[in-house]
Design a protein around this ligand. Structure first.
Ligand SMILES: Cc1cc2nc3c(=O)[nH]c(=O)nc-3n(C[C@H](O)[C@H](O)[C@H](O)COP(=O)(O)O)c2cc1C
Length: 398
């Protein structure tokens, strides 16, 4: 792969995604970094700098997972978007990204059984999930000790989540914060993945059981209610068909289930509600990233819109970016996404275009609350003069 093959590939051709015209096809994948203000989920000046720096190449940025409603749990230091104040903080970031020439979608997060029962108890919320199957013994023990046992969401609660809580977060994200799109986090063992997985979803009502219609009922109730408050061109979803993270192994019905999901999304697209894109975790994901290549070409067969593929490209530089060039050139509807390399390289698209060396990511600072290891990765040619001992924390934006 020569430098000019990379620079003239589809990667650097503009593409329309929803209503946005992206300048290139290299996207920032959602990455939780714990730099929001603790306690109230308000985004900070550190996040503003992080996203603005990465917007300068005109890429699509998908934000870190952001809590859609506290009823489904949260973690300290992660941002939220369930109230006006949180949305106004995000607006500062969105405006700054737009000014820099970028595009930004917010990933909406519902935790379910992987939330912290003790934290939820402290704030007066029940610990709820698709059913009462704990993630592991430690979670069960924490639930018992805090007196907040995991229970299945009632049908009334599901109805409220689909008709009120998710649409509320979407409205705040699009109308108040001004995001270009929202992305439902349907991946990696969080709420919607939990509904789909037959070993986690043990419900016997119309939201559980063998039929995929039942296990996806809640997802599509949420999606169809979102369409009532948002244009479908501003809605996206992340899916991870071969996920094992926070789940008891890969969903045994993965291919059938995801084929059904894609057909349902395509059906809606054919009726005028086409999603902005489907974000596909491409490969088998565990905590260290993707570890195995899996053929997911059937996604292109059943979904005719844009696909953001990500998770499988971290080691592609050693092949001079052969895979991202191949995948983006294969059709005119593929974006490629990076998590860890975009964390460490604010100017990643430019570096890929010129096939320049990358900064290495430092795993030890992925989830620390300080600026060091967050906004201290230099652009190409600049020197890193940051102080690892400086304990700079973020200031809430509103
Ligand atoms: C620090 C870190 C935080 C992550 N947070 C999220 C997240 O909030 N939402 C999500 O869908 N995936 C999350 N992921 C997964 C990434 O989006 C991506 O799928 C994974 O890192 C593999 O891509 P990569 O090889 O380009 O890093 C995270 C990954 C890392 C390393």
């Amino acid at each position: 792969m020569t430098n000019s093959t990379i620079a003239t590939s589809n990667l650097f051709k503009p593409i329309k995604v929803g209503n946005a015209l992206l300048k290139n096809r290299i996207a920032h994948l959602p990455t939780t970094r714990n730099r929001a203000h603790p306690g109230d989920g308000i985004s900070t000046d550190l996040q503003l700098k992080y996203y603005t720096d990465r917007a300068k190449n005109g890429s699509l940025l998908v934000t870190e997972a952001t809590i859609a409603t506290p009823k489904l749990g949260w973690y300290p230091n992660v941002p939220g978007i369930w109230n006006e104040k949180q949305a106004l903080a995000w607006k500062e970031i969105v405006d700054s990204v737009h000014e820099a020439g970028g595009f930004i979608a917010v990933q909406l997060w519902g935790l379910g059984r992987v939330a912290s029962p003790a934290l939820m108890k402290e704030k007066g919320y029940d610990f709820v999930g698709v059913s009462d199957v704990y993630e592991h013994e430690k979670s069960e023990q924490e639930a018992k000790e805090s007196g907040n046992l995991l229970r299945a969401l009632t049908k009334e609660e599901l109805h409220k989540l689909a008709t009120e809580d998710y649409p509320n977060a979407v409205r705040l994200a699009l109308d108040v914060a001004g995001f270009d799109a929202i992305q439902i986090h349907g991946a990696n063992g969080y709420l919607f993945s939990q509904f789909l997985h037959p070993l986690i979803n043990t419900r016997t009502d119309e939201y559980g059981g063998k039929s995929v219609e039942n296990r996806t009922r809640f997802l599509f109730e949420v999606i169809d209610n979102i369409f009532k408050v948002a244009d479908a061109s501003k809605v996206a979803i992340r899916l991870s068909p071969y996920n094992e993270f926070q789940e008891p192994g890969v969903n045994p019905y993965s291919k059938e289930d995801y084929t059904y999901i894609l057909k349902e999304f395509q059906k809606r697209a054919d009726q005028g509600n086409e999603l902005a894109f489907i974000d596909l975790v491409d490969g088998r994901y565990d905590q260290d990233g993707v570890t195995e290549d899996i053929n997911l070409d059937y996604f292109y067969k059943f979904w005719k819109g844009i696909i953001l593929r990500g998770g499988n490209y971290t080691y592609d530089q050693k092949d001079n970016w052969a895979n991202i060039v191949k995948d983006s050139n294969a059709n005119d509807r593929t974006l490629v996404g990076f998590g860890r390399h975009f964390i460490a390289n604010p100017d990643l698209p430019e570096r890929i275009k010129k096939n320049e060396l990358l900064n290495e990511y430092d795993r030890s600072t992925f989830y620390t609350p300080y600026d060091y290891g967050y906004n201290t990765y230099p652009v190409y040619g600049a020197k890193d003069e940051s102080d690892p001992d400086a304990k700079i924390t973020g200031k809430p934006l509103v």
